[in-house]
Design a protein around this ligand. Sequence first.
Ligand code: URA
Length: 235
Amino acid sequence: MQLERLLHGQGFGTRKACRALVRAGRVTVNGEPCDDPFADFDPAGLTFTVDGEPWPYREKAYLLLNKPAGYECSQRPIHHPSVFSLLPEPLLNRGVQTVGRLDEDTTGLLLLSDDGQFIHRLSSPRHKVPKVYQVTAKHPVDAGQIDALLNGVVLRDEPGPLAALACEAVSQQVIHLTLAEGKYHQVKRMLAAVGNRVEALKRVAVGGLALPEDLPEGGWRWLGERELELLASRK
Ligand code: URA
């Protein structure tokens, strides 16, 4: 693939802008400077740098972000900054989208991608990909509330009761709640339906993929093959 086209596809601007980047000597490929925008490279396994910053070639972008509180999962946020402001520009130019949404005050594991099928598979209710939330409740979560969450609660505007796949007490006021769906404010509405209230909400896993402990809030990373496999698994 010609370098100009390769950079364009990786989000570095228009073909013309990418040509100018290369001609200005700002690009290296596999460790060697390259100022010919039409030089041909096999993209598989290639790493290029732009202004010294390394970028492994990725046909599709699969990302994990540790969402901080105070960010909206929207391209056009209303009250708070957008989670997209936490990503570098080339990823935005590639058109990455969030896989579902977390509320402004929810923290934790948020996936993003420019692969429409991947986004659909993970967010469609038909696929029932489990999402695990760490819920800090206002009041102690008693056995009756846990039973009700597991047996199903009725929420306004939902056709049938919604039940958690799993609900484990971590401490008196903290539970891990696993849901198959991603309905609007689902955790908050389910906790309210059993007579409690969410004080803090953090998504800690999607499918078999847990939020990495070493990723700081606001940080993001590429997902590797192994992590993509874990996402598809149910554990
Ligand atoms: N459920 C909620 O109530 N909020 C979220 O952000 C995610 C799930």
